[in-house]
Design a protein around this ligand. Sequence first.
Ligand code: KG4
Ligand code: ZN
Length: 337
Amino acid sequence: MKILAIESSCDETAASVVEDGRKVYSNVIASQVKEHIIYGGVVPEIASRMHAEAISGVVKEALLQADCTLDDIDAIGVTYAPGLIGALLVGVNFAKGLAYASGKPLIPTHHLRSHIAANYITSPELKPPFLCLVVSGGHSHIVAVNDYTDFKIIGRTRDDAAGECMDKSARSMGLDYPGGVNLDRISKDGNPLAYKLPRPRVDGCKYDFSFSGLKTAVVNTVHNAKQKGEEISVPDLGASCIHAVTECLVSNTVEAAKEYGFNKIALAGGVSANSVLRRKMTEVCEKNGWELYMPDLKYCGDNAAMVGSQAYYEYLSGNIASLDLNARATMPIDTLE
Ligand code: KG4
Ligand code: ZN
């Protein structure tokens, strides 16, 4: 079954053709990063406008690269939640138009479920159940993936997402958006123990995260140094920040895996591209004898191939939308309500 998938939840307009959830025929991404750099983050109105400008060409290119026409496609998958509402609406309305015009089924697809499905593309042998650490710009979850469309949230952030913490920390150090990516790059040779930063814990919920205090500690370190006329070392502070964030992510995931008896662990979301997180996870999984799955770097950030993968499993479970499908800015991964 070939699915044409569309993604527009944030600042990437993407389209892809994927067969049976695992075989990617095309994966086209038009990134808006350059437009948003001068603002230090994504400006929702600009994002919507740029999606509207790009979407038709991106979808056409995805079909072309897959050597397909709409006739060869069996269904249209689209990200409808969660994300920036104006951005999501562009993809959803375009997908609705295509589904209506072609008479093909429309498959509503949850963005975080798609991030998890990126692992099925990179590791075609992977099947649920497994435990997944989903870390993006807006979310940080530890999720039990019981089946392709059956999820249970075991831990979540109480405030900022890991990606947001790194983005804002990076910005305070004068790095460009997207901060997490630049922080990872510039901190490669930094000393992760140079700055003492907190490892926030959530009382009574050992799998939950809290990153806003850590973010504030980094920002305060930068401001205090400025006020005193002292220099900070960006590579050292960056490495210390990444060390702190990843230590929280890894230790909670390890605890959850032990408690819930998982020996297959996966990473997902934009932050799963982080080199330190990948290294630390590899180390703990080797130590515990667990299998570790990580998406290829090109499938970590937002893309439509992962949407095409998850849409296939949504379709098999009977999740098909009518043409009154609406976009939703928020939606839990487990209940879709
Ligand atoms: O999944 P994603 O592309 O978009 C959302 O769904 O939010 O995640 C974007 C987030 C941003 O916060 C970005 O800075 C972060 O992923 N990110 C990274 C790296 N690559 C992307 N954070 C740390 N290290 C990276 N290498
Ligand atoms: Zn994402």
